[in-house]
Design a protein. Structure first.
Length: 220
């Protein structure tokens, strides 16, 4: 394709057009149909490139792994709840979505799904800059189904501070009011370092994603 620029096309196609045979006269400038066609094709290519980049960007967002389960995309999993497209149908689903909200630092969702009887201030949700959540394991769920009004979820959440990998073992309580599940409180069963040595860049990531540490949680 010949080099072209949008301003050339705009300049050539501005003003009144009339033609005689295979020539077109634009503001007393004679150009051929072939020239116009080439410049229109150039504009079309530029527009198509923009659409392609938009599509690529959208697909990159759609394959973003969900923090609660790297085997699923955020868009099809917890993203439905954080973005307000759906309401968590079970206590476990809410627990997973709240973990994702912690990872995404979505304080609005955390407060919205926190029962008013125990809801904290937004400032209390702030974490240090060197803190990052790195993985979630659901150990047990009691009740908390679509037709139930209460339930508990026992889980282990892995997190990292600097080069120290830790785990939070908690049993959380949830209630359902007017069709909406809310987090009430949690009983911490353990919170301790599980690995104190510095991770190698090529070691398996402690979050359990199956990726190398350098391609997973190291950059978070």
């Amino acid at each position: 394709m010949k080099e072209c620029a949008i301003w050339q096309v705009r300049k050539s196609l501005s003003g009144n057009l009339w033609h005689s045979g295979r020539r077109v006269y634009v503001e007393n400038t004679k150009i051929s149909f072939q020239t116009i066609r080439e410049r229109l094709q150039c504009v079309s290519s530029i527009l198509n490139l923009g659409n392609l980049l938009t599509l690529i960007f959208h697909n990159m967002k759609s394959i973003d792994p969900c923090p609660c389960d790297p085997q699923k995309t955020f868009e099809e999993c917890c993203g439905l709840y954080l973005n307000g497209k759906a309401v968590s149908p079970t206590a476990e689903t809410l627990m997973r979505s709240r973990y994702s909200a912690y990872v995404k630092k979505d304080h609005n969702y955390l407060l919205r799904t926190w029962h008013t009887s125990s809801r904290p201030t937004e400032e209390s949700l702030d974490m240090p800059d060197n803190f990052s959540w790195t993985g979630l394991e659901i150990l047990d769920t009691e009740a908390g189904g679509t037709e139930e009004q209460s339930g508990t979820v026992e889980f282990v959440a892995h997190y990292q501070t600097s080069s120290i990998t830790n785990r939070l073992h908690e049993k959380s309580s949830f209630v359902r009011e007017d069709g909406q599940w809310y987090y009430v409180d949690g009983k911490t069963l353990s919170s301790q370092p599980v690995r104190s040595e510095k991770k190698g860049r090529n070691d398996p990531c402690p979050c359990g994603s199956g990726k190398k540490y350098k391609k997973c949680c190291l950059g978070q």
